[in-house]
Design a protein. Sequence first.
Lengths: 246, 246
Amino acid sequence: MLTGEQLKQQAGVRTLQAIQSEVESTNKIALSVDCVIFGFDENKLKVLLIKSDLKKYLGKWSLLGDLVFPNEDLDAAAYRILKQRTGLSDVFLEQVHTFGKVSRHPAGRVVTIAYYSLINVQHHKLNILDNELHWHDVKSINNMAFDHQEIFDTCLKQLQKRVQEHPLGFNLLPKKFSLRELQNLYEAILDFKMDRRNFRKKFFSMDFLIDIKEMEQDVPHRPGKLYKFNFEKYEKKKKKFIGIDF
Amino acid sequence: MLTGEQLKQQAGVRTLQAIQSEVESTNKIALSVDCVIFGFDENKLKVLLIKSDLKKYLGKWSLLGDLVFPNEDLDAAAYRILKQRTGLSDVFLEQVHTFGKVSRHPAGRVVTIAYYSLINVQHHKLNILDNELHWHDVKSINNMAFDHQEIFDTCLKQLQKRVQEHPLGFNLLPKKFSLRELQNLYEAILDFKMDRRNFRKKFFSMDFLIDIKEMEQDVPHRPGKLYKFNFEKYEKKKKKFIGIDF
DNA sequence: GCAAAAGTGTTGGAAATACACCCATGT
DNA sequence: ACATGGGTGTATTTCCAACACTTTTGC
């Protein structure tokens, strides 16, 4: 059992000076950010990975990440990585989970904050400079470096969940898209086929798709209408209670 | 524009030695864990807070937290805090989000990982040793120390969401509970009234409640049946697809 | 004219909602 | 007897799932 004083000592009832001295001395840990960058291409969900060059993980793929600078916000670090690797700003980014097992990194204690990001591959295509960087089909991902497999799995699950609750998916598509593309996207993310008629009914009944009076071009079949997502209208609607369901 | 070499340098394509030296030298940040500890008492959702003793936040309430030890897993740090403050082990704990604004803490750069925890107040009642520690009705929480208001709000929203999707709520109740207590719990967490008959129908149709053939004692009205939640049966059921809905 | 995907409605079942009365217990 | 909450059933509506044919375009 702890004495009251020890309890106070250990539990944060310290003077600012005491905390400051701890912060400045012993209890420091390296912090990194890792980004699971998703793209959608050829009707498949892809993820951008880089080859690890550490001997321990030679030839394995790893997520894009970097240490967080001491004077840098966490989100800013994630955006920095995205900018460096894809050339894109203003991309969708969401923090998912922080991974901090003591020995997760061979270089010492590194706690990493995982984000996932959704980008439009069309915009990005010309910006891959580094030939160690590749898009991978999410279905073929296994055996990554470090604990990146776990991080990736967690982020993919998060994406699958979120895409059903919020209109995130549109970040993976061009501004103008057909309903077929939208359905292909959902099928790729969730990994199962849906009924085409019910899918359309669902989205039309939400009433967030704007018919922009344009058609697909250069398709070898009847062209479909193109739509934009009405984010403003969506934002105005306050989120409803979903209901207990487990 | 960055050169290829700079890009490599900045983006993690470094030797292990280079990373090690960074990890060991400059890019270190203090890490803490903050716990939003929820309880349920007198039909109200409560949260356990401590009075801040920093001059800057004098008299304001703050979450229970502490720095993470360099050789300690993140979850272990959170459990340590819970054990110290409530005397309880084996409590429900879930990581929610990591907060890392550069100047969020007056003592320097401290990134904090927020958890929420659900405890059974009955078990805990005798273990509050520290008189700076108090249960607060969540509805009356405002103006906390540091950025703890934001952390608290985030965790409460997370709880509200999760409790609708998973059987977490039972962690706040005694092992044996009546349906009335269960409904009161949901109403307290979600902050609205539900129809009693439909609530019962819902839970009975899930078929996870075990009738333990006991009745409430010492109630000034007709006693209700007591139930336990069948976690094993729940675990066996694989999670279904929910459906697109936003 | 043929291949390929676009576009379109109906129906049946399941689940959610709204709603009112009798029952068991303590005082 | 009465006050309090326990326990139950039904009708209505809403939402979801299943399902097939005609149309438009490119080749």
